[in-house]
Design a protein around this ligand. Structure first.
Ligand code: ADP
Ligand code: MG
Ligand code: ZN
Length: 193
């Protein structure tokens, strides 16, 4: 959707999902949309889950060091609590919330708010990462972002874990993960991706 369409819309709420692999520019794109909403003097509330403190306690920071101030929350319900006065709501690292995030986003969008959610579409095994699949199903607008494969330079939609950990959530950046295309991605031994 263009900014003009967004500006003209008749105050119906909407959900926008930005998803893709690590390093694909999800956070960059989220920050870009939120900055434009701030420039338009809309009331913007921005959230991230507590688990993601890779770069900064409060700021959302992209891999190329762009940042925007956010509120750290422990659950999706806290987003509801802190969003009462907001017109535009940004949520990064949505895959670290539980499925309750879906209900929370629906509720806020039903109140007429614009929700922009960014998160990983698949985990390191290539398996869809809840609650993103359900958010994709109910969203008005979807953006899939692609990284660049570090092996061959092709568009990359997979996140290769380069350590041996088999926990689903291991927080890290280029020390733990690489962007890989479908051809260069190597499924982990424990995985089914
Ligand atoms: P995401 O939130 O999807 O993990 P970010 O928005 O934080 O991604 O970072 C995107 C930035 O990461 C790019 O603009 C680029 O500067 C940097 N980057 C590092 N490695 C790669 C890669 N393999 N492919 C694309 N961008 C990369
Ligand atoms: Mg990110
Ligand atoms: Zn490749």
């Amino acid at each position: 959707m263009t900014d003009l369409e967004n500006f003209k819309r008749n105050f119906t709420g909407q959900i926008e999902v930005i998803c893709g692999s690590m390093f694909s520019g999800k956070t960059e794109e989220l920050i870009r949309r939120l900055r434009r909403a701030q420039i338009a003097k809309q009331k913007v509330a921005i959230f991230k889950p507590r688990i993601d403190n890779r770069f900064s306690e409060n700021d959302i920071v992209s891999h190329n060091k762009q940042s925007i101030t956010s509120t750290v929350v422990d659950s999706a319900d806290e987003i509801l609590l802190f969003s009462a006065g907001a017109e535009v709501i940004g949520i990064d690292e949505a895959q670290f919330f539980d499925n309750n995030l879906v209900k929370v986003c629906q509720k806020l969008a039903d109140q007429g708010k614009r929700i922009i959610v960014a998160g990983l579409d698949t985990d390191y095994r290539g398996v869809p990462f809840e609650p993103i699949p359900e958010l994709l199903a109910i969203a008005e607008y979807i953006t899939k972002t692609l990284a660049v494969c570090v092996k061959c330079g092709a568009p990359a939609n997979r996140t290769q874990r380069i350590t041996k950990d088999s926990d689903r959530v291991v927080v890290g950046a280029s020390d733990v993960y690489e962007a890989r295309c479908r051809n260069c991605y190597e499924p982990p031994e424990d995985g089914n991706g």
